[in-house]
Design a protein around this ligand. Structure first.
Ligand code: BES
Ligand code: MN
Ligand code: ZN
Length: 490
């Protein structure tokens, strides 16, 4: 599918379907839309009336136009209230338009949307992202695809001529999102620590990043007892991935992104019972997947920032070699951990990954992890938790999230709750009481950061969606690759 910005007026565009974005409070046809309606013998006004189209976000209507018209179909998509227009509204409306065009077997689509905030570049980027992400379909594990008939070949963004760079940027970022989606969606017999390392190798090779893979013995030398404790029951070797993107000149800043990479989380000997969603625990490498997705996007975008992409990848399994509940592990910063629950494994792997990241001397570290069910209980499926003691970093992430439309809610770093992690025998336990479980998880991670600005993102909810939602189809979402990329770029 080819996507381009053109300046052809909507009155003159020709093709299979012209889609017009309309605000909730402005669906009456004036100006050139009145002319267009006249040219289409009143079809546009009829469509709006008959479909009772009100311009609500997510709504749409489509109809055929008389056969001697230069367009075959005309459609409207709702943008919600004009004063509430955000890049996310455009992204979602573009997704509605693209899905509609595909369903209606259009080969060529013309899309006419308002410009957000007098910023045609961000407008084109948001629309481009909405289209690319909505049209991505993952059929790798189907023996037959349902996709039959005409394919969308060309989408023209009307009024956005000259925005090719923004459209390219959208495509590059979406390639990262799609990589993350495909890694998360693939089951644990396909995506393993070994294949995750191979994916990192492919990114390094294709986009010129440097790559260091620490094998088990390398991790032993560094004293990564927490990570290796989790890995010890698996028949697959753990892989500690460290990808580095360095710009050509002097970097403007130097940051690290650390992703939880459990290719499967059985819970260990504190095994996840039926009904706990154990069969979804292939998604427990969502943090690492988004880290690799961001690495791919950054490798394509080539910003003037040095970025380290880190993930301690393993499975959490059961075997005669498994950690016993109650085992004491020593992390690479020398701190000892009593493992009172083997299912709180993500924080153990992250502990050593954070210590490693801080040694790189970066200005800021962001970790992202499908860390707790408690965060899903608190914030639901669409919103990730954000913990940081650093207001500057919090503001940077919230700005990045406003642009991406990916939602975060800042949660309290309530130091007093660390009492819940006090151990009789070791420096700390890995699991606190059930209430505030997402907060104690963040406080646990905090023990492995000395003085670098650091933020923790609990993405357990939003990495997956059970129903189609805007530009996300049912399944893996690729959350929060776009926020990470925005954060690096700004
Ligand atoms: N990977 C899970 C968290 C999770 C749960 C992600 C549901 C996505 C959906 C994590 O390793 C885990 O098992 N956490 C436990 C922690 C508990 C033992 C303190 C949890 O949330 O129940
Ligand atoms: Mn677990
Ligand atoms: Zn887990």
């Amino acid at each position: 599918m080819d996507l381009r910005g053109i300046d052809t007026p909507r009155l003159e565009w020709t093709g299979d379907c012209l889609v017009i974005g309309l605000f909730e409070d402005a669906i009456d046809l004036t100006g050139d839309l009145a002319d267009l309606d006249q040219k289409l013998s009143g079809t546009l006004a009829e469509l709006i009336a008959e479909a009772e189209f009100k311009g609500k976000e997510g709504s749409s209507a489509i109809t055929r136009v008389g056969s001697n018209s230069p367009i075959r179909k005309i459609a409207v998509v709702g943008l919600g209230k004009a004063d509430g227009l955000k890049p996310e509204s455009l992204r979602r409306a573009a997704a509605v338009a693209a899905r509609l065009g595909k369903k209606e077997k259009c080969k060529t689509l013309g899309l006419s949307m308002p410009v957000w905030n007098s910023d045609p570049a961000l407008t084109a980027q948001a629309i481009g992202e909405g289209i690319e992400l909505a049209l991505h379909q993952d059929t790798r594990f189907k023996s037959e695809t349902e996709d039959k008939g005409a394919k969308l070949e060309q989408i023209d963004l009307l009024g956005l001529g000259g925005q090719d760079a923004a459209i390219t940027r959208a495509r590059q970022i979406c390639l990262g999102v799609i990589l993350a989606r495909e890694l998360v969606a693939a089951p644990a017999n396909i995506v393993t620590p070994i294949t995750m390392a191979e994916t990192a190798e492919a990114i390094a090779r294709e986009y010129g990043l440097s790559l260091e893979i620490l094998e088990q013995n390398d991790c032993e030398k560094l004293g990564m007892g927490a990570f290796l404790g989790v890995a010890q029951a698996s028949d697959l070797p753990p892989k500690f991935i460290h990808l580095t993107y360095k710009p050509a000149g002097t970097p403007r800043k130097k940051v690290a992104i650390v992703g939880k990479g459990l290719t499967f989380d059985s819970g260990g000997l504190n095994i996840k019972p039926t009904g706990s969603g154990i069969e979804m625990m292939k998604t427990d490498m969502g943090g690492a997947a988004a880290t690799l997705g961001a690495a791919k996007a950054i490798g394509l975008l080539k910003p003037d920032v040095e970025v380290h992409f880190i993930s301690a990848v393993t499975e959490n399994m059961v075997s005669g070699r498994a950690m016993h509940p109650g085992d004491i592990l020593t992390a690479s910063n020398g701190k000892t951990i009593e493992v009172n629950n083997t299912d709180a494994e993500g924080r153990l792997t992250l502990a050593d990954a954070l210590v490693f990241a801080e040694k790189l001397g970066v200005e800021a570290i962001v970790d992202l992890a499908t860390l707790t069910g408690a965060c899903v209980v608190a914030l639901g499926d669409d919103i990730a938790g954000l913990w940081t003691a650093d207001d500057t970093l919090a503001n940077q992430i919230s700005k990045a999230s406003e642009l991406s439309g990916e939602k975060f809610w800042r949660m309290p770093m309530e130091d007093k709750y660390f009492e819940g992690l006090k151990s009789v025998v070791a420096d700390m336990k890995n699991t606190g009481p059930r209430p505030g479980g997402a907060i104690t998880a963040a406080l646990f991670l905090k023990q492995f950061i000395k003085d670098t600005a650091w933020a923790h993102l609990d993405i357990a909810g939003p990495v997956w969606t059970d129903k189609e939602n805007g530009y996300n189809s049912t399944g893996a979402t690729g959350f929060p690759v776009r926020t990470l990329v925005n954060w690096v770029l700004n």
